[in-house]
Design a binder for this molecule. Structure first.
Ligand SMILES: Cc1cc2nc3c(=O)[nH]c(=O)nc-3n(C[C@H](O)[C@H](O)[C@H](O)COP(=O)(O)O)c2cc1C
Length: 485
């Protein structure tokens, strides 16, 4: 195997060739950046340099072996360069952001003081590195859909029934036939390791211990195999969120891989074909540069100088190579031809598409606008759910309907279930919980929701989930003052 010096790696970085160092190994990632999610981050900032610190939290450990041809694994750094890198890392000192995080972690309240989801979100935003916070919290354009997703729930009020026997209230249910202790699942969200070194594994363990289901993102920061290996038992159901690659062979390989690993469903995301405009995320590197330099702008890349706008934040490199030509007629039968797993379509945003998903034979649909992270002004999923209930109630009998986006309270969950949703997904809340408190945080989040759901079921006069019905909620055409956000 060849050895290289740091200087050689730097020299080989030209306009037509990009070399980087990851874990003391040297790779030619010139083509990789076009073929794998997350690649662009590497070339943008780390071409010719050590990319380990940026690469590792974002990419599963098998990424380079899986996606970069072996001839691009060029060799290793020589001993002197490895020592030089180690010394440079040790003497670098901490950034202001790292020092801020250290202080916030020292002052972090104990988990038992986290009484609701909002408490956990507030703490997580304090302890997360700025870049991770910006990636998790960001939403599209003016965050209208993101904010309205949550506010939509506050336009639905309950019509509780009293004098009903409700002792022994039971919030358990099933999703695709798999039992869940409460009607909540962890929605597939990328890059859990940005927030905590164990990342997705925290969520897998928490899902097992609290008896709920986890959907694993195509862009998880651990490999699909590592996540499967973290299951509490081989029976623990994991669902797989699929971004379908435009190359059918690559997409089929991914589906077969997760099927062999024991994943139980393919959840095809259809609302995020191309990267969206998430300005908090995009601006994170500018913010950090100024923060580290106490307000001064010290450098600026070529794009800054030319006035071009770069919208590549952490998210920018993740949604690449997606199939832009998916259709109901072609894509669902194609997935069926590759796998026997049930198919859920994630990202339904209107009644017409819910009906088409039923006609295409999907076992489930997720009413979702990606947590307001893709098309701003896409309707809040709770409003879409309500429209389906009013216009096409037959959909609920023909497929399982799930909803995500803006869920913050047990009452939100019950409102959705009354209208016909079978399960409710949460994205950011689980990322924040595991970032701030690891596995215990995610378990605690489930307990909070369970407590809130049980209280609300009791107060609504229902003992079991199947007793929740449309008559128990009413949509008002006014927006309550002092709503939850
Ligand atoms: C940081 C982050 C990463 C996400 N990554 C993905 C992803 O890889 N695939 C996907 O289908 N949805 C992804 N989502 C969307 C979630 O699955 C879910 O639809 C959304 O977060 C629900 O909204 P909520 O965060 O308000 O609960 C992501 C969401 C967040 C916040």
């Amino acid at each position: 195997m060849s050895t290289f010096t740091l200087a050689q790696v730097a020299e080989c970085n030209t306009t037509s060739s990009c070399w980087v160092i990851i874990r003391n190994k040297v790779y030619d990632v010139t083509d990789f950046i076009f073929n794998h999610p997350g690649g662009p981050q590497v070339i943008m900032d780390y071409a010719g340099k050590d990319a380990t610190a940026a690469f590792v939290p974002i990419h599963p450990s098998d990424t380079l072996d899986k996606y970069l041809p072996c001839e691009k694994h060029l060799g290793t750094l020589d001993e002197a360069s490895i020592r030089e890198l180690r010394a440079a890392n040790q003497s670098k000192g901490k950034s202001r952001d790292e020092l801020r995080v250290e202080e916030a972690v020292k002052n972090k309240p104990p988990l038992g003081r986290m009484i609701n989801i909002q408490d956990i979100e507030e703490i997580a935003k304090k302890i997360l590195p700025y870049k991770a916070m910006a990636y998790y919290a960001s939403a599209a354009d003016d965050s209208i859909s993101c904010v309205e997703n949550a506010r939509a729930f506050s336009r639905f009020f309950f019509r509780p029934r009293v004098m009903k026997a409700v002792s022994g209230v039971d919030p358990s249910t099933t999703m695709l036939g798999y039992k869940s202790s409460i009607p909540v699942y962890i929605s597939g969200s990328a890059l859990a390791r940005l927030g905590h070194p164990l990342g997705e594994v925290n969520l897998t363990r928490a899902a097992y211990k609290s008896g709920i289901l986890q959907m694993v993102s195509s862009n998880s920061s651990l490999s699909y195999a590592q996540i499967a290996a973290a299951r509490g038992s081989s029976e623990q159901p994991l669902l797989f969120q699929l971004y379908k690659h435009k190359n059918d062979d690559i997409a089929a390989r991914r589906i077969r891989e997760v099927e062999e690993l024991g994943y139980k469903a393919i959840c095809l995301t259809v609302d995020a074909l191309v990267p969206s405009n998430r300005e908090l995320d995009t601006r994170a590197s500018h913010y950090l540069e100024e923060y580290e330099n106490e307000g001064k702008i010290t450098r600026g890349n070529a794009a800054d100088k030319s006035g071009d706008v770069s919208t590549l934040g952490t998210a920018g490199g993740l949604i690449v190579n997606n199939d832009l030509d998916m259709t109901w007629e072609k894509t669902i039968p194609w997935i069926r031809s590759v796998t026997k797993l049930p198919i859920v379509v994630k990202g339904i945003q209107c009644v017409a598409d819910a009906v088409l998903a039923v006609e295409a034979g999907c076992e489930g649909i997720v009413l979702s606008n990606h947590g307001g992270r893709q098309l701003d002004y896409s309707l809040p999923p709770m409003e879409v759910l309500y429209k389906i209930r009013c216009e096409r109630p037959d959909v609920f009998a023909k497929t399982e309907v799930y909803i995500d986006g803006g869920v913050r309270r047990g009452t939100d969950i019950l409102k959705a279930l009354c209208l016909g949703a079978r399960m409710v997904g949460l994205g950011r809340a689980f990322l924040y919980a595991q970032s701030a408190y690891g596995e215990a945080g995610a378990i605690h989040l489930v307990r909070i929701l369970e407590r809130e759901i049980k209280f609300a079921m009791t107060s609504l006069g229902v003992r079991t989930i199947d007793q929740l019905a449309p008559e128990l909620v009413e949509r008002v055409d006014w927006q309550p003052l002092g709503s939850k956000l």
